[in-house]
Design a protein around this ligand. Structure first.
Ligand code: NI
Length: 139
């Protein structure tokens, strides 16, 4: 890990009070960890905007497996893009509903495109792509 550096920040007392209230509600024990997390979040957003490096994302998907051709379509898409899919966890939620969490890898635009095409399959009830990172530059 890199050496730790201390730095001062000028901020209005009102803004700082709001920040402290927010982070204590989220379980942070100090400002430093909250600020480090904010910076990492900003860096991951930038990584996705820049779009030139391979990164990771997770796609959560909820669907009714009784909808005609839906499971086949999803499986077909996943096989077609097997090189972008690291792993899929499938949960049979009840008699009808399935929940899938898929870990995707690739350049941001490739991951987004694949996630959009999966989310766009007719019969998918809910889903969301979480854009994350391989984490190599987030220490
Ligand atoms: Ni299922």
């Amino acid at each position: 890990m890199d050496e730790l550096v201390r730095f001062g920040v000028s901020i209005s007392s009102h803004l700082l009070r709001q920040f402290d209230q927010l982070i204590s509600g989220r379980g942070y024990v100090n400002r430093s960890e909250a600020i480090r997390d904010l910076i990492r979040k900003y860096l991951v957003e930038h990584e996705w905007e820049r779009g030139d490096k391979e990164t990771l994302g997770t796609l959560t998907l909820l669907y009714n497996h009784h909808v005609r051709e839906l499971p086949d379509r999803l499986e077909h898409l996943q096989h077609e893009h097997y090189h972008r899919i690291i792993s899929t966890m499938h949960v049979h939620v009840d008699e009808q509903n399935c929940l899938e969490v898929t870990v995707l890898r690739g350049k941001p635009a490739e991951i987004r495109e694949l996630a959009d095409s999966i989310l766009g399959v007719k019969g998918v009830k809910h889903g969301q792509l979480v854009m994350t990172s391989k984490g190599t530059e987030l220490d």
